[in-house]
Design a protein around this ligand. Sequence first.
Ligand SMILES: Cc1ncc(COP(=O)(O)O)c(C=O)c1O
Length: 392
Amino acid sequence: MNVPFHQGIQGEIDAMEAKGTLKSFQHLQAPMSAHTRMEGRGEVLVMSSNNYLGLASEPEVVEAGKRALDEYGAGTASVRFICGTFTIHRELEEELARFFGTERALSYVACWNANTGLIPTISGPEDVLICDELNHASLIDGVRLASKTPRAIYRHADMDHLADLLEEHATARRKIVVTDGVFSMEGDLAPLDRLVELCEQHGAISLVDDSHGTGVVGPTGRGTAEHFGVQDRVDIYTSTLGKALGGAAGGFVASSAAVIGLLEQASRPQIFSNALPPTVSASSLQALRMLARDPGRVQELQRKVEVCRAMLRERGYDVNDHPSAIIPIMIGDTAKAIAASAALLAQGVFVTGFGFPVVPEGTARIRVQVSYAHTEDDFVRFMDALDAVLRG
Ligand SMILES: Cc1ncc(COP(=O)(O)O)c(C=O)c1O
């Protein structure tokens, strides 16, 4: 064992602890919902989960996973093109394509893999990747993996800057504009109406990761593009199954048959890594079917977000007005945000503080996320605890 190496690594962790930026990990003993049970603490109110539609513990979603385990076993023990793919994968992918209004969809074990598998596959040295500066880490890493493709970054949601960059790179073979739909730390939306218009004007391609928009934004939960009325004008969607759509894991790309066909052939996570487990595929499929059948759950979530926001405002908190379910409460200093989150947990409220390097230095925050599973009483309990911690 190389002792100095391991001591050096420990030193890096110790330095985080000394700065007050070390993250702690909580262990849950019950399903994720508005309330769960935390080891050593008992019942807690969860105010920062991506379980937007409350489907992670929904009996129909859980049952579908159990049935798939009986039907398909644990997995194929290999990658899809070597040992075949389960029919449940095809069913899920067909349903995803229907939901997004695209020709085809392809599942991955995570949206992280979808983004990092997609971007290097569809771009090369003759192209350019033009990215919002606040894109999610998985899009950033996807762009990094496309190491031979030139890249340009535009100021957050600044469509004039994007227009300038499209002009500047006019001669590139493919100009691929890469953006989150809902930005995960701010909760704001990419202006997709203007973005797709610019893409059309400049012969560019739009790539939207809507992980926080799927099931949350738009009249029927089809996401940010639906909100802006441009669903059929986006070239490529990516999103996760690990948030609103069941909450287990998994991600996907939805696009033309051509893009999906190439990903099947050449996307590295597809050809060198196992498929999504059938249990997870079946649970996600069930979640998707429930959502497609009855968008009432999305509308109720959207109503609850408005209630939560209005209640925070009544108590004097400065909160955003974005149509997502993410409401950041700005703290500033990373150590203070982490300390506030620990103090809230001591009061039985589980809400995570985010600081540098997840968000820029000086903009640490507590990220509140509203779920369909919350009640108004939950909001009151959360805000009483918040007042006590931040103002007590
Ligand atoms: C915008 C965005 N993209 C991708 C991901 C990664 O999703 P997954 O957990 O499916 O890898 C996240 C997760 O936080 C996200 O917020």
